[in-house]
Design a protein around this ligand. Structure first.
Ligand code: MTE
Ligand code: MO
Length: 190
């Protein structure tokens, strides 16, 4: 078995960060009214105000970003809160197998719970020491470096733990649920 290459098959490295947004942009961010709801198959559902979210343990992660269109951006430094910190606080029930991330508007994506609790999955507000641009997900976006970037939901407002998989915005339109770039899981098998 050869070692997995850093660049997944069919990808090329680029510089810069192309914006990809399928829905309309959120309304201007207001820290007084913004909140993050975490619910579903958990023992302790929680709603974080912006101040409460920012008071969680902060960390940084350096990772590559792979869009299904074939571009990859190396070495992004993300700052925020590990998803694991959220999971530890809400305490998933044993029935929880998937986690659905809802953006401000209709964009969603779900990921298997065992994938999303890995050390490199972060809810981020900074990239490369700068606050995220609004179009890149300010005030809070998910980053899952080991999956295609359509899983990295921008403008996250609600996180719902689920018993069963639920197809998200792009997955309903034919993209692969698991989205592993090293397996070229771009499109669902039909
Ligand atoms: N809410 C939301 N999140 C999203 C998307 C989107 O359209 N809406 N696009 C996804 C896709 S396909 C990619 S490649 C990345 C792009 O992130 P960027 O726009 O910050 O470069 O965001 C992902 N997260
Ligand atoms: Mo993408």
């Amino acid at each position: 078995m050869s070692k997995k290459s850093r660049l997944p098959p069919g990808q090329r490295w680029i510089t810069g960060f192309p914006v990809r947004t399928a829905e309309r942009m959120p309304d201007p961010f207001n820290p007084e009214t913004w909140n993050l709801t975490v619910d579903g198959e958990v023992k302790t559902p929680l709603v974080f105000s912006y101040d409460e979210f920012c008071a969680l343990p902060v960390t940084t992660q350096i990772s590559d970003f792979h869009c299904v269109e074939g571009w990859s951006v190396p070495d992004n430094k993300w700052e925020g809160v590990l998803f694991k910190e959220i999971a530890n606080r809400v305490k998933p029930k044993s029935s929880a197998k998937y986690v659905l991330f809802h953006a401000e508007h209709e964009y969603t994506s779900s990921i298997a719970l065992d994938v999303v609790v890995e050390e490199d999955v972060i809810l981020a507000w900074n990239r490369n020491d700068e606050p995220l641009h609004v179009e890149d997900g300010w005030p809070l976006r998910l980053v899952i470096p080991r999956l295609y970037a359509y899983k990295s939901v921008k403008w996250v407002r609600r996180i719902t733990f689920l018993k069963d998989v639920e197809l998200g915005f792009w997955e309903k339109r034919g993209y692969h649920q698991e989205a592993d770039p090293w397996l070229s899981q771009r499109f669902a098998q039909r």
